[in-house]
Design a protein around this ligand. Structure first.
Ligand SMILES: [Zn+2]
Length: 300
């Protein structure tokens, strides 16, 4: 009996020891947004602990690093960020950190010709709303991980391939769902211009009250222009975003009412941040599915 107990204790100790060893070997990866954290997590699996600086409902255009973030930046083995000026206020810090450790700009995955250039030569950073572009980012992250941690190369190659298949399935879902909205009703109006890539990829006319960054403020003139467009085109619903104040969209609804057109609030879309981790929009795929279903319900 004593021998059995001793044996069991040794096994437990051995397991604890090896699991501890495993956690210390686990890489620490930091991303800026939750959207990017989900993509990286899909590829690295158990080989890394992935955290994002920004949680649900946080706007990356306006985000400034907290003291807690600086500590996370120091502790991370690798940092992934979107680039394309999405993280306006973090770019400088990330540039400096990049001299000491790998800081990967996933915007580099996309060929310049595939990027949307909007007014005054600004690049639209919201590439994740064209699923095929996000798939290129997945491939890019996968390649980076293969080179960085070559012992686990096969795992990263397989998980990238699997995730790419899931993204292809997601893209089929979007086409199917959007087809349910009559052609002349495919008009998506949101608080800021986050859905430009979505519009081009899935044939939806897109308008945002604010530009591609929430840094620019909207004025009375923008509200008037947008509400006139909504009345003219008899748009049924417009949408708020989880990471942008609903005040702007409420002002548009009000202005439409004053012009005798009752436009509805079609619901909340997730644009620049995932939803709560345990909710429907807690993953990138879940977020896109939620957005598409909400659009279809509001517009058809
Ligand atoms: Zn945005």
């Amino acid at each position: 009996m004593k021998k059995i107990i001793f044996g069991l204790i040794s096994v437990i100790l051995l397991c604890q020891c090896s699991s501890e060893k495993k956690t210390t070997q686990q890489l620490t990866i930091l991303t800026t947004t939750s959207i990017l954290a989900d993509l990286v997590q899909q590829i690295v699996g158990n080989h890394a602990k992935v955290t994002s600086m920004m949680g649900p409902g946080v706007d990356p255009h306006l985000y400034q690093a907290t003291p807690g973030d600086l500590k996370k930046i120091q502790q991370a083995d690798i940092i992934f960020y979107h680039g394309l000026h999405l993280e306006g206020k973090l770019t400088e810090i990330l540039g400096k950190v990049g001299r000491q450790k790998p800081v990967v700009n996933v915007g580099d995955a996309i060929d310049k010709q595939q990027l949307r250039i909007v007014d005054e030569q600004a690049v639209d950073p919201h590439i994740w709303f064209d699923v095929s572009l996000w798939q290129q980012v997945a491939g890019y992250v996968g390649q980076f991980m293969v080179a960085y941690d070559s012992i686990n190369a096969v795992t990263y190659q397989n998980s990238t391939k699997q995730y790419e298949l899931k993204l292809q399935e997601l893209e089929r879902f979007i086409h199917q769902e959007i087809a349910k909205i009559p052609d002349d009703k495919r008009i998506l109006i949101t608080a800021h211009d986050a859905f430009g890539y979505f519009g081009s990829a899935y044939h939806v006319e897109v308008k945002g009250l604010q530009g591609i960054s929430t840094l620019s403020n909207f004025g009375v003139y923008d509200v008037v222009q947008l509400s006139e467009f909504i009345v003219q085109r008899q748009v049924k619903s417009i949408f708020v975003e989880s990471s942008v104040s609903s005040r702007s969209i409420e002002a548009v609804i009000q202005a439409c009412q004053e012009r005798g057109h009752a436009v509805q609030l079609g619901g909340q879309l997730y644009s620049d941040a995932l939803g709560a981790p345990d909710g429907e929009a807690g993953t990138y795929i879940g977020m896109v599915r939620h957005n598409v279903k909400t659009m279809v319900e509001g517009l058809r």
